[in-house]
Design a protein around this ligand. Structure first.
Ligand SMILES: [Mn+2]
Length: 401
């Protein structure tokens, strides 16, 4: 028996910074419709949603139609939808059940008290789903403190759902603690609130499904729903399911003094970089140009054209300009022995620095807790890859030129 797990759909919102041609893709309602179709195709038994399904009460009327329609479609295919509300939809989800036929949609724990619903497979009970919903938009206490101790232990696995803020003890959005979650007698946790997906393995595993579609460039990386399989009384660790066709990515292009300061050159390099790490669907890029150029003015003049550049599956959302005039190291080195040493350090760090770093590495290796780990020696190569060291040296040298 398969279950689809998701949350933080924020229906009514649109993903930001997409070109106007891609506005349809931007709508979270379309992500919900894709999820419904995928659930039916996959033959799941239930769809579990962990809150912030509707973005806000003032988006209720534009999102409730498509939400209802999706739940009805799932219901017609024999799939139940179970949900808890989050801080965004605390006041709107309770009304939804009344608009739907019995059994299509279950909101668990609507008044802020834990509620249990049991799922059946061919007439036999197979899984308890426990849930707690935000009673209002702010909650200052950990909702799991009121998690009931069930006396009627029947050996069935339990999947518990709650929307909240893990690891933020003073959060006003239901503070949660990972260690407390994993200490409670359940088989799995489905959380909501954080839009970046993450899975904490263990017994129970704890899943923050993340938004099935990223909402802005602050949510880079893959987004998707999840699927778990219940077999012989065991819930499998969840796997990614129904990937979002929209991906926000940050890309850094290294600019070297010999590179021509032109839009064509930058977009060609960008396209090569994207092709080397392909992803289906639309990619919205935050581009950082980093390095040295002989003509900063000409390069800076290209930024607008680069931001306007789009292909059917690529768009540049913004350009961060971190390119500096080429340094004349030969000239700077002539200023004295210390500037000369700093210039040299750009290519090879001073030998005593390497020696000191490796002494630290050796003493670390001797500590009991790291004895079973083999720490590799620190090589000059490792340091040269470190952008921060380079930046520190360059910013000093720039003052000398
Ligand atoms: Mn939330």
């Amino acid at each position: 028996m398969k279950l689809l797990l998701s949350g933080d759909l924020h229906l009514g919102r649109s993903s930001t910074r997409l070109p106007s041609e891609a506005q349809e893709l931007a709508r979270t309602i379309n992500a919900w419709q894709r999820l419904v179709e995928a659930a039916i195709r996959e033959g799941v038994s239930a769809v579990l949603l962990s809150g912030d399904i509707v973005d806000h009460s003032n988006r209720f009327w534009e999102s409730i139609g498509p939400l209802k329609e999706g739940i009805l479609k799932l219901h017609a295919a024999g799939i139940r939808t179970l949900a808890v509300s989050g801080n965004h939809d605390a006041d709107v989800l309770p009304g939804l059940s009344r608009l739907l036929p019995p059994g299509a949609f279950t909101l668990l724990g609507a008044d802020g008290t834990w509620q249990r619903e049991t799922l059946y497979d061919q007439g036999a009970p197979v899984l308890h789903v426990d849930g707690w919903s935000f009673p209002s938009s702010h909650v200052h206490t950990d909702p799991t403190l009121s998690y009931p101790s069930h006396t009627d232990i029947d050996g069935l696995p339990v999947l518990a759902m709650v929307h909240g803020d893990p690891g933020v003890a003073d959060s006003t959005y239901a503070p949660l603690s990972l260690s407390r979650l994993q200490s409670l007698p359940v088989s799995a946790w489905l959380l909501g609130h954080i839009h970046r997906p993450s899975l904490t393995p263990g017994t129970p595993w704890v899943l923050m499904p993340g938004s099935p579609q990223p909402l802005d460039p602050g949510e880079p990386g893959p987004h998707h729903a999840w699927i778990t399989d219940l077999q012989s009384g065991q819930l499998s660790p969840p796997s990614p399911f129904c990937p979002s066709p929209l991906l926000y990515r940050s890309i850094t292009l290294l600019v070297q003094p010999d590179d021509p300061p032109s839009r064509e050159w930058i977009t060609l390099r960008l396209q090569q970089k994207v092709d080397a790490d392909p992803s289906p669907g639309m990619q919205v890029l935050r581009l950082r140009l980093h390095g040295y150029t002989r003509d900063p003015e000409a390069l800076r003049a290209c930024i607008h054209a680069i931001e306007e550049w789009t292909t059917p599956d690529l768009a540049v959302e913004s350009v961060i300009f971190d390119v500096h005039p080429e340094l004349n190291l030969e000239e700077i080195a002539k200023a004295g022995p210390v500037p000369a040493l700093l210039c040299q350090a750009l290519d090879s760090p001073p030998p005593d620095l390497m020696k000191r770093l490796n002494t630290l590495r050796d003493s670390l290796q001797r500590q009991t807790e790291f004895r079973d780990k083999t720490l590799p020696p620190i090589e000059t190569q490792d340091l040269l890859l470190s952008e921060k060291i380079e930046q520190a040296l360059v910013s000093t040298l720039r003052h000398l030129s």
